[in-house]
Design a protein around this ligand. Structure first.
Ligand SMILES: [Zn+2]
Length: 278
């Protein structure tokens, strides 16, 4: 599932590739991809003729600002991909549900084999009516935050660290992969309670969070399988080669050489080193 770093790589690609372009035509295949709209015509009518003026990200949501003030919101869900076709006649891949054709310069295609992702248009100023976006917590890349502020946020919550890091209302954009990586880098156990951290541990966790996200963006995200995340040009990320614990069950820990453990909690796997994370 794409997390903050993957969505940020796509945002930067989109900023370069589609901002300033005018949407000539919209084609929708699978209604589920635009399920918040009553019908295809309603969605299409809000987009055709509009120009994309800005590209923002909130957690895992991409926000395309349109020249009439409306916003096209996109969430990639489990398996969504945004792909740029510079030639409209380039072959369309299976599971492509929405195609935006620009007046000049090809198409933007939304592909999603598992269809948990979606696109929807929000009216000017209407983002408060979208609680999933309006209630998002601090964004580790965008929100200016000191480690002291972060420490106060942790103390106020008194819950286990891993589910807290993945709670979108607390921190926006982290999922299963990066929460495991952040906790390993910080040397903290996934089930430590957030209000039990020392000052030094808070600083370590904050630094691990910021550095892990920045590194993952630098290596253009994590691609774990064939149908996984790709950037706007269809190229997989490279951060999977830099993961230290996620997907590494049984491999020697980079710090202490003991085998990395995997534990299933709430239908999710958590990867960690028992010796290095306390
Ligand atoms: Zn270790």
């Amino acid at each position: 599932m794409p997390e903050l770093p993957e969505v940020e790589v796509i945002r930067r690609d989109l900023e370069r590739e589609v901002v300033g372009r005018k949407i000539k035509k919209v084609d929708v295949g699978e209604m589920r991809a635009i399920r918040r709209h009553p019908n295809k015509k309603h969605f299409i009518g809000q987009l055709e003729g509009r120009k994309i003026t800005r590209l923002e990200r909130r957690g895992k949501y991409l926000l395309f600002t349109l020249d009439d003030g409306q916003t096209l919101v996109t969430h990639l869900g489990m398996s969504g991909q945004l792909l740029r076709a510079t030639q409209s006649r380039a072959a369309v891949q299976k599971h492509t549900h929405v195609v935006l054709t620009f007046t000049q310069g090809g198409q933007l295609r939304f592909r999603d084999p598992r269809t948990f992702g979606e696109m929807f248009v929000v009216e000017d100023g209407g983002m408060d009516a979208v609680p999933e976006v309006a209630e998002l917590g601090v964004d580790p890349l965008e929100t200016p935050l000191s480690w002291e502020d972060f420490g106060r946020m942790l103390t106020a919550r008194k819950v286990k660290l891993k589910p807290l890091l993945m709670d979108q209302k607390f921190l926006a954009g982290l999922g299963n992969i990066y929460s495991d990586e952040v906790l390993f880098t910080a040397g903290l156990a996934h089930d430590r309670h957030s209000d039990t951290l020392s000052t030094q541990e808070v600083r370590r966790l904050y630094r691990a969070l910021v550095e892990t996200i920045q590194d993952a963006v630098k290596y253009r995200g994590t691609t774990l399988d064939d149908n996984g995340y790709v950037d706007l040009g269809g190229t997989p990320g490279e951060f999977q080669g830099h993961l230290r614990v996620y997907g590494h069950e049984g491999d020697p820990c980079r710090r202490c050489r003991r085998p990395i453990m995997r534990r299933k909690t709430g239908g999710r796997s958590t990867y960690f080193c028992e010796a290095c994370q306390v």
